[in-house]
Every structure is written in C-alpha cells, then in structure tokens.
Design a protein around this ligand. Structure first.
Ligand code: ADP
Length: 218
C-alpha cells in the first residue's frame, strides 16, 4: 500500500537547508495499522505529507495505493488524494462557516454531492452525532469536532487514513473514542498511518515506525 524508497526531503530555508527525511525506505501493507513515533522535528509530519502527495520530494521514490507520486501532476495528486486518502489532523481543520453535515460532505468528489450528503449523514449517525448535523464546528466540543473530522476523512471511502496526532488535543475519554473509530476503519480493511506521541494511541497499532533525524531509529 505504501512504498518509500530512499526518500530524501530537504526544505530550503533562509537559515540553510533542513534535511527532514534521510534515505528513508518504508513499506506498509494494505490493511496494516502502523504508528509513527519519534521526537519533535524528526520528520513524522513530513513523512505523512509525503505519503499523501503533499510534499515535493528532493529524491527517492514514493508509491501509494498503486500511484507513483514522484512524477505525478498536481491534478493526478489531487485526484489520488480525493479518491484514496483520508486526512485527520490534531487541530481538526473544519471549515467554521459550514455546518457539520456540510463539512463532512465537502470532501466529496465532484458530481457526488448527493451521495456524499447521504454517506455523511450515515457516518455522523454512526459516530453519535445525529443531533449535530446543522451545528457549526464552534458549537461542538473538541471530541465532537474530531469525530466530524474523521467522518470527513471517511466520506469518500478511502483505502488509507493518514492521521497526524489526532488525539493530541483530546481528553482520555474522547481520545479513546477517536482511536476506536480508527480501529474500526482498520478492522473493515482500511490501512492507517498514525503519527502520535501517546503510548496509548500507539498501542492501537500493529507495529511502530520510530524516526530520528529523518531516518529509521534502529
Ligand atoms: P515532526 O512532525 O516529527 O515534528 P516535521 O516533519 O514537522 O517533524 O519536521 C521535520 C524537520 O523539518 C524539522 O526540523 C522542521 O523544522 C523542518 N520543517 C518542516 N516543515 C518545514 C517547512 N515547511 N519549511 C522548512 N522546514 C520545515
């Protein structure tokens, strides 16, 4: 599902180049639940965004869900993300002026709006939020917002969910709910790559990739 081969990412900055990923080679099988851990600045987010086709590589090869991302055009990458990937972030990143239902349906592929609204309603129902469809994100608790964000990530039935510290802003109870939702996506055959600092979150995964200075920490 995920194949990284000798990947390097160097960010050019005003203070000189920052080598965020160093000769990184990783394979994740379809249906695996993998945690990514390591100290702050070790390249976890860069790795996740690389897998999501959001980072222009310096060198190396990245193939995700059958898509070779190295030479892919922006349009191909956008379609790849829309069809195959769901993103979940620590800060939720919901659109404040849309309702909960609209936020979830907004991720739908073009021409699929009607079906997306139905699927969004089903997911929000399943995630315990049927009474919140017309609310704005600001009217929701942090745990509820993250459940909405997970519904949005799943609305297009992705093969892979990329989650960057999804429980980092949640209390233990709400973190547990969010981890259960990711685990249930995994049990239904989905692949999960989860960046986390938290022991409990990592324990949901089948294995952990530990990074240090942009490389596997052996
Ligand atoms: P982590 O998620 O493990 O905290 P990141 O992938 O965010 O690590 O960052 C890895 C390194 O790359 C850090 O040194 C960070 O400062 C640097 N970095 C990340 N994004 C950028 C960027 N857009 N421009 C310049 N440097 C960046």
């Amino acid at each position: 599902m995920i194949h990284l081969e000798e990947v390097n990412k160097i960010y050019p900055t005003a203070n000189g180049p920052v080598h965020a990923l160093r000769d990184l080679s990783i394979d994740v099988e379809q249906g695996e639940f993998v945690a990514v851990r390591g100290p702050s600045g070790c390249g976890k987010s860069t790795l996740l965004m690389t897998v999501g086709g959001l980072v222009a590589l310096t060198s190396g090869r990245v193939v995700v869900a059958g898509e070779d991302l190295r030479g892919a055009s922006p349009a191909t990458k956008a379609r790849f993300r829309a069809e195959k990937i769901g993103f979940v972030f620590q800060m939720f990143h919901l659109l404040p002026y849309l309702t909960v239902l609209e936020n979830v349906a907004a991720g739908a592929a073009r021409g699929q709006q009607g079906a997306a609204r139905r699927r969004a309603g089903e997911l929000l129902d399943k995630f315990g939020l049927p009474h919140r469809l017309k609310h704005r994100p600001a009217e929701l608790s942090a745990g509820e917002r993250q459940r909405v964000a997970i519904a949005r990530a799943l609305v297009n039935r992705p093969q892979l969910v990329l989650a960057d510290e999804p429980t980092g802003n949640l209390d233990p109870d709400n973190a547990g709910v969010v981890l259960d939702l990711l685990a249930s996506f995994h049990h239904e055959g989905g692949t999960v790559l989860l960046v986390t600092h938290q022991e409990r979150a990592a324990s949901c995964a089948q294995r952990t990739i530990l990074l240090r200075d942009g490389a596997i920490d052996a």
